[in-house]
Design a protein around this ligand. Structure first.
Ligand SMILES: Nc1ncnc2c1ncn2[C@@H]1O[C@H](COP(=O)(O)OP(=O)(O)O)[C@@H](O)[C@H]1O
Ligand SMILES: [Mg+2]
Length: 221
């Protein structure tokens, strides 16, 4: 998808820049309110396309990973630091239950943090009126698990199989890329990302990644 994203990224950048110019010159040129309104709509959507292609580009940049031992609890703590304040502001109670002494996993701490951030952001966005967010880690056999559970609006049964699809979104300003990217990152750690949800009750995402010692000797990419 990197090639395609580049192909889209260049022309959309030009479109956005030209529209920007036209809006600057709108007064001079005596453009009507209607035309100005249309230009603003074009600018907004060009922006959206640019954001989507940026997402695709960062998705496919993963090939350059160097695998190193990662402490999952540290990844979780660092992601939580970034969202904690906003959660508190939005009346979301944070409950953390991190198991001590977890084995390391082999991978990229940055990418795993991106996964956690995506899951935490989605959880927050599912609880606009507040609620409870539980983040737990544990060892399960040869794997490390991270659970992110919210008491938010939940996912309708009919949507469950589609939430990992690129561009699937139910949000007005969503890109539908967060979970697709997260899924790819977890898969590249030889792990799994699964979801369970009840509409109106809440949603639980489960990340499972094999511990460093348990991984097959297979090389990434
Ligand atoms: N915790 C959650 N609670 C309810 N719905 C969720 C949750 N996480 C994901 N979803 C659903 O999955 C869709 C895709 O999520 P994502 O890939 O992160 O894209 P985006 O957040 O941009 O919409 C969301 O639009 C939403 O419908
Ligand atoms: Mg999201």
């Amino acid at each position: 998808s990197a090639g395609l994203a580049h192909e889209i990224n260049n022309p959309i950048g030009i479109i956005a820049a030209r529209v920007e110019c036209m809006l600057w010159e709108a007064d001079e040129q005596g453009l009507s309110e209607t035309v100005r309104g249309d230009l603003k709509v074009i600018a907004r959507h060009a922006d959206r396309v640019a954001r989507i292609t940026q997402g695709l580009l960062s998705f496919s940049r993963q090939q350059a990973w160097r695998l190193s031992p990662v402490d999952v609890n540290t990844v979780v703590e660092e992601a939580l630091v970034l969202v904690e304040k906003q959660l508190a502001r939005e009346q979301v109670t944070l409950e953390r239950d991190l198991a001590p002494g977890l084995p390391a996993v082999l991978g990229s701490a940055n990418h795993l943090q991106q996964v956690l951030l995506n899951l935490l952001t989605n959880a927050r966005e599912a609880m606009p009126e507040g609620g409870r967010l539980r983040v737990a880690t544990r060892r399960n056999g040869g794997s490390v698990e991270v659970e992110v559970a919210d008491t938010g609006k939940g996912i309708p049964a009919g949507h469950l199989s589609r939430v990992f699809d690129p561009f699937f979104t139910t949000k007005e300003k969503g890109t539908g890329l967060g979970l697709a990217i997260s899924y790819g990152i977890v898969r590249d750690h030889q792990g799994t990302l699964t979801v369970g949800s009840r509409e109106g009750a809440g949603t639980t995402f489960l990340v499972t990644i094999p511990a460093a010692g348990e991984r097959e000797g297979r090389r990434h990419g």
